[in-house]
Ligand binder design. Structure first.
Ligand code: PMV
Length: 322
């Protein structure tokens, strides 16, 4: 038998960082996916190979591992599966897909959710989405320290969601206008979400008498953006994206490269542009009509441009029998 699972990447449309302190945020799953296959091995150690990172780890029956530390978060995932009463059998897992790593598109949550769901199915443990969300977020805590849960929610449930920390996400009915595309332009800089989140929290705490207003505007933008998404009002969404980018600049998560990308996209006629995810690197998102000129115009600034749709399917898993 072989189990194959797949989780989407994600974009945060509105409210990154502010969501960590309880403000409303909006995120959507995108069809850049992480896939995991798991098949039995006749003996220990278990092996996990990552095609994206071109590396692997070996794990013994006591869950001690040897190999690349970048994959050590998956040991936490195995422990969580074990703690549900499963007796872990030796396995070979392969992680592969087109979702880039450490650029704010949810690769850690996506690979955690895909790996967890495949390992659970491998042990005949039929977990529901609500439990998978909780487990994925436990792994995210190990990676990022204080995740709001938005990444785990959107990669597990899929679709486009309104999210508030500690509450169940609400699905938003996305109405898109014909002729417009959703563009993700990635900078050349990678970042650590945990570090950026921590520095924003420190800054907010030190200057809360001003920051409280910034957080309140972020809440208001998310509310208005949800209404705009539901009525297919992309022009308003573009304006809200620009305002949101101003807020992200003011909490010190933008930089010259990201500002240049956002300005360039706007100058090409796109409807607004903003950072997605933690910032200080990663990607900028935009809504664009005339796509012909975009890849060429961005080629000096952007390592990768994705033209994609929003609202992809959440985590899926299937078991193939010999
Ligand atoms: O992992 P990223 O870069 O997509 O950032 C996650 C979004 C933050 O709001 C910055 C952190 C969080 O946990 O919500």
């Amino acid at each position: 038998m072989k189990v194959i699972s797949s989780s989407p990447g994600k974009v945060i449309l509105f409210g990154e960082h502010f969501v960590v302190k309880g403000r409303l945020a909006v995120a959507s799953a995108v069809n850049l996916r992480t896939n995991v296959s798991i098949e039995p091995k006749t003996s220990w150690p278990s092996i996990i190979k990552s095609e994206q990172l071109n590396t692997f780890i070996e794990i013994d029956r006591n869950l001690n591992f040897k190999g690349d530390k970048r994959l050590s978060y998956l040991i936490k995932a195995i422990e969580l599966v074990k703690n549900r009463g499963n007796s872990i059998r030796p396995f070979l897992a392969k992680i592969y897909g087109e979702l880039p790593v450490a650029v704010g598109l949810g690769s850690s949550a996506s690979s955690s959710a895909a790996f967890l769901s495949a390992l659970l199915a491998f042990h005949n443990d039929n977990v529901g989405k609500d439990d998978l969300f909780i487990l994925t977020n436990e792994v995210e805590k190990l990676i990022h320290g204080k995740p709001s849960g938005i990444d785990s929610a959107v990669v597990v449930y899929g679709g486009t969601i309104a999210f508030r920390k500690g509450e169940k996400p609400r699905f938003i009915n996305l109405r898109w206008k014909k002729g417009y595309s959703f563009v993700i332009a990635c900078s050349r800089m990678k970042k650590s979400t945990g570090e950026v989140v921590k520095s924003v929290l420190d800054l907010a705490e030190r200057h809360w008498n001003i920051f409280k207003y910034i957080y309140d505007i972020a809440e208001e933008i998310s509310k208005r953006a949800i209404e705009a998404i539901e009525r297919g009002d992309l022009e308003s969404l573009g304006i809200y994206m620009n305002i949101a980018q101003g807020l992200l600049y003011s909490i010190n998560v933008s930089n010259l490269e990201l500002e240049k990308l956002a300005f360039l996209l706007r100058s090409l006629g796109c409807l607004g542009a903003k950072i997605t995810g933690a910032g200080r690197g990663g990607c900028v998102i935009s809504i664009c009509k005339d796509l012909d000129s975009i890849p060429n115009a961005l080629k000096n600034l952007s390592s990768k441009v994705f033209i994609t749709t929003l609202g992809a399917l959440g985590t899926t898993v299937k078991t193939l029998f010999d």
